[in-house]
Design a protein around this ligand. Structure first.
Ligand SMILES: Nc1nc2c(c(=O)[nH]1)N[C@H]1C(S)=C(S)[C@@H](COP(=O)(O)OP(=O)(O)OC[C@H]3O[C@@H](n4cnc5c(N)ncnc54)[C@H](O)[C@@H]3O)O[C@H]1N2
Ligand code: MOO
Length: 411
């Protein structure tokens, strides 16, 4: 078992035990936010035929070479092509085809003049008021996506644009990585459920809800369990149930050095192998991690903000890797402190902060009280300022590294 290890080392250990789970085939309409399991190749070009980008007339550009505002050219309209139609036939010299946006080009035409630069003078005669070059307003088949191109790749997050492309290629269903089931359980004699009365000295179990929401946000399926009291055998039994029924287990509370902090012992009793205890990061230091049959148990601090922050740094990338996502690391930016942070910190600290864009660069302010049990400061927190151990206090104007948790408030 490793003890007091750097954050990056803890993450590397967790990642080592993390594998994707296979795939589900689902309707594309259900696929937003899932991760592509398959590479997608274009079975046909997009657009699938040469087409007009405008409502107007398809012409031979050569026929318009003498056209101007004062001396329009008269062409014979030999057909009308609407979107969804096929051309009735080619156009010959001196002819034009009325054409709608998205309609296929007739053979012989090599440009489109927009309707505003023409005037219909009889049912089948049109005046052309400007010159065109071959290829003007002409969309070739495959201009957007050539046939055979690998347009989407395994491991990509499915966005609305991905869904649009799948539909353009006629895909009704798509293979996506399976979501992991992640057990969430909270440990502590002081906890009561939100549907129960709260006697003095007790607190509502908020972690189970916040952590479940973070599991969902990371792409997993949260499976909340009833909270459990500080009893090592009960915790161990519950851990084993959770391990059997889920792909991973997250607990909060009972990981420190108190007499009744039993999660470390319970991991042992459950038959899991302890991988590490304590990570060099404030808040959330006493995090513990075990593994049994390739499934991870991660015990986070009971302190609500500490649990959420260590979740962002250590659990989110793990769940995202199980969901098959290629890009799991949070982006970071350099920001300028707009308020001081007065504490010097022995350990590396993740300071809850609000980052925003001002005068051409990022700025940051602490987002409130930094005590590990204070939750309100997570409300406006869109970033964690990564302060190395031994550094601080931070003064106004100082440059810091800010790890972005979301783009809320950033712009
Ligand atoms: N003597 C020492 N004491 C502590 C140390 C230490 O090194 N020496 N470490 C401190 C640090 S750092 C942390 S972090 C906490 C971690 O404590 P635990 O993970 O054992 O958590 P608990 O003691 O069970 O709870 C801490 C705090 O959070 C509240 N809590 C717990 N569960 C929930 C929940 N589900 N929902 C809402 N709030 C919860 C709990 O009531 C406590 O107030 O230990 C320090 N102590
Ligand atoms: O590591 Mo703890 O969450 O700071 O008090």
């Amino acid at each position: 078992m490793y003890k007091d290890i750097p954050l990056e080392e803890a993450l590397a250990i967790l990642m080592e035990y993390t594998r994707p789970l296979g795939f589900d085939e689902i309707d594309i309409i259900e696929a937003l936010g899932r991760v592509l399991y398959e590479d997608i190749y274009a079975g046909f070009p997009l657009p699938p035929f040469d087409r007009s980008p405008l409502d107007g007339y398809a012409v031979r550009a050569e026929d318009t070479s003498a056209a101007s505002r004062d001396h329009p050219v008269l062409l014979q309209v030999n057909q009308t092509i609407y979107a969804g139609d096929l051309p009735a036939g080619p156009i010959a010299p001196g002819e034009a085809a009325a054409i709608a946006t998205g309609a296929p080009f007739p053979p012989g035409a090599n440009a489109v003049i927009k309707i505003e630069d023409t005037k219909l003078v009889a049912e089948d005669q049109v005046l052309i008021y400007s010159q065109l070059k071959p290829g003007d307003n002409y969309i070739n088949k495959g201009d957007d996506v050539p046939e055979g191109e690998r347009i989407l790749t395994r491991g990509m997050l499915i966005t609305p644009a991905v869904i649009g492309l799948l539909a353009s290629l006629g895909r009704k269903t798509v293979k996506v990585f399976k979501k992991p089931k992640v057990a969430a359980l909270s440990i502590g004699d002081e906890l009561v459920g939100i549907d129960e009365p709260r006697p003095d000295g007790k607190i509502y179990n908020s972690n189970i809800y916040a952590i479940s929401a973070q599991i969902t946000e990371a792409g997993g399926i949260p499976v909340p369990y009833r909270d459990t009291v500080d009893d090592q055998n009960q915790i161990a039994n519950l851990l084993n149930t959770c391990l059997q029924e889920n792909d991973m287990v997250i607990t909060t509370g009972g990981v420190s050095v108190g007499k009744r902090d039993y999660v470390k012992e319970a991991i042992n009793i459950s038959g899991a192998n302890t991988l590490f205890w304590k990570v060099n990061i404030k808040p959330g230091t006493p995090i513990v991690c075990g593994e049994k049959n390739g499934r991870l148990i991660v015990g986070l601090s009971g302190n609500p903000s500490a649990a959420m922050i260590t979740f962002y740094m250590l659990i989110r990338p793990v769940i995202q890797k199980i969901t098959g996502l290629q890009q799991v690391h949070l982006p970071n930016v350099t920001a300028i402190m707009d308020e001081p942070f007065k504490k010097k910190s022995k350990q590396r600290r993740m300071l809850r902060a609000k980052v925003y864009w001002k005068n051409g660069c990022y700025h940051a302010v602490p987002s409130g009280m930094q005590s590990p049990g204070a939750l309100k400061s997570m409300l406006q927190c869109n970033a964690l300022i990564d302060i190395p151990g031994g550094k601080g206090p931070l003064s106004i104007g100082e440059e810091v590294k800010a790890i972005l948790l979301s783009t809320n408030y950033v712009l």
